[in-house]
Design a protein around this ligand. Structure first.
Ligand SMILES: Nc1ncnc2c1ncn2[C@@H]1O[C@H](COP(=O)(O)OP(=O)(O)OP(=O)(O)O)[C@@H](O)[C@H]1O
Length: 452
């Protein structure tokens, strides 16, 4: 959909911002460009809407060289969101969002009605429509920025650090909302961030850049975590990548065993006869109530008479990841993770060793079924071949179930993306051309704003 063919950008001051980039971004996908400061992420992004023109190579959109399309026309199909939203300070929120429809000649009434729809879509109450940007929090302003970028329903969204200026909690909320929105809208999104955690949370594919504008690796988040192409990528991804990778393994296929599960109405003697240090006590619907330490049980009566240790937390077979399962095992007083089905009933238990063995098996199978996607060196002939996303990754075989408590057959743990955000040229289609700015100061917060 968006293709870079041997694209370079050299600024007149001698800086090579992007060096022989070849990359193909899938339609409807969310590709994150990540890397250290000054590695060429923003330059790459701005070459897509012609705010920056390449020094060499070709950028094409749906097979067409973007130089063949006039910049204003090109930008009508490309929304643009930046850090700090870049809203018009003297216009109401509704009028900010209505900017693009108005520029497209929709008429005031229709444009405002569309703007109201968009505000709802990004989760802002209608009462905010009449406010001015300074009367909104940073997170709310970012939502307005996204709503404005969606004004003309563009198929492509370019997003430059859209959530960087808000606190971590609001950032998490914006990311989750943005993922929800993308599930509905299926835009082709190019998203710049310097935060690898954000990249892993949001991206279908991640392009890691190194200083000098060279592509270091283009891959899915799970493969980036599992197989960093080199020491630079490994360092950038971080040392806890092994644990983070577990977020991509579904808990649904983890092998569980029946375990020491007893009804709360069972006699204490039953717990003793299990020969286990802990018994999981469940209600009549097999929902877990807590752990009974067998050594501390009263001499007689039923388990209803016992003082139960809290569960820690359980994990849902339908929806949670292997990371949640492993965490449940580590926090459980019995060191056994409790898996529950959709009704909250106990499906079985597993300890950390059993879980990690199954997870390692799933990861190994996934590794076999997907080839690494590392760009060839830019100075070789192969560097002109675009790097395309790897195929979706699923492990091949199933993992044997160790006497699972319910009747559900255990499938192999699946590698998946766990579920858990325009301004500028589309906000002002004529604005932001490279002319007059290429050699100017690199002022990112104002660059790309509507009022340039
Ligand atoms: N107009 C310009 N003139 C000269 N050099 C520029 C210009 N714009 C960017 N650069 C340089 O090009 C390189 C890449 O800049 P770019 O903004 O693309 O990096 P980035 O990865 O987005 O960085 P950051 O994460 O800090 O925003 C940097 O060295 C930057 O100083």
């Amino acid at each position: 959909m968006i293709r870079f063919d041997a694209v370079s950008k050299n600024y007149p001051n001698g800086t090579t911002a992007v060096d022989a980039l070849s990359l193909e971004l899938a339609e409807g996908g969310l590709t994150v460009l990540v890397g250290p400061s000054g590695c060429g992420k923003t330059t790459t992004l701005r070459m897509v809407n012609r705010m920056v023109e390449p020094s060499a190579g070709t950028v094409s959109l749906r097979g067409q060289d973007i130089r063949e399309v006039a910049a204003p026309e090109l930008r009508r199909g490309i929304g643009y969101v930046i850090q700090h939203a870049g809203l018009f300070p003297h216009r109401t929120i509704l009028d900010n969002v209505a900017t693009v429809p108005l520029l497209l000649g929709w008429g005031k009434k229709k444009a405002r009605s569309r703007a109201a729809e968009l505000l709802e879509l990004v989760g802002l109450p209608a009462t905010m429509a009449k406010r001015y940007p300074y009367q909104l929090s940073g997170g709310q302003q970012q939502r307005v920025g996204v709503a404005r970028a969606l004004g003309a329903d563009p198929p492509v969204l370019l997003m430059d650090e859209p959530f960087s200026a808000v606190d971590p909690i609001v950032r998490g909320e914006l990311q989750a909302e943005f993922l929800r929105l993308q599930k509905e809208l299926h835009k082709t999104i190019v998203f710049v961030t310097h935060d690898i955690d954000e990249a892993i949370k949001l991206g279908d594919h991640i392009a890691v850049f190194r200083t000098g504008g060279r592509l270091a690796q283009f891959d899915t988040p799970e493969r980036l975590l599992a197989h960093p192409a080199d020491d630079f990528v490994a360092d950038f991804v971080g040392q806890d990548r092994g644990i983070r990778r577990l977020s991509f393994v579904q808990a649904s296929g983890l092998p569980l065993r029946a375990g020491p599960v007893l009804a709360v109405t069972a006699p204490v003697a039953d717990a003793r006869s299990l020969g286990e240090p802990w018994a999981l006590v469940v209600d009549a619907a097999r929902r877990p109530l807590g752990w009974a330490a067998v050594a501390d049980l009263p001499p007689g009566g039923t388990l209803a008479d016992a003082t139960l240790a809290p569960l820690g937390h359980t994990f849902a077979l339908d929806g949670d990841s292997a990371r949640a399962a492993l965490d449940a095992a580590l926090l459980s007083p019995s060191r056994l993770a409790v898996g529950v089905d959709a009704r909250g009933a106990v499906a079985g238990v597993a300890d950390a060793y059993e879980l990690s063995a199954a997870i390692a098996g799933a990861s190994a199978r996934a590794d076999v079924s997907a080839g690494a996607r590392t760009p060839a060196p830019a100075d070789g002939a192969a560097a002109t071949e675009a790097v395309t996303p790897a195929a979706p990754v699923t492990p091949a075989a199933s993992v044997a179930s160790v006497g699972r408590a319910d009747s559900t057959a255990a499938a192999a743990p699946k590698l998946t993306k766990s579920d858990a955000d325009a301004d500028g040229p589309l906000g002002a289609p004529e604005a932001g051309s490279e002319a007059g700015r290429e050699d100017g100061p690199v002022a990112k917060d104002s660059a790309g704003g509507d009022e340039r």
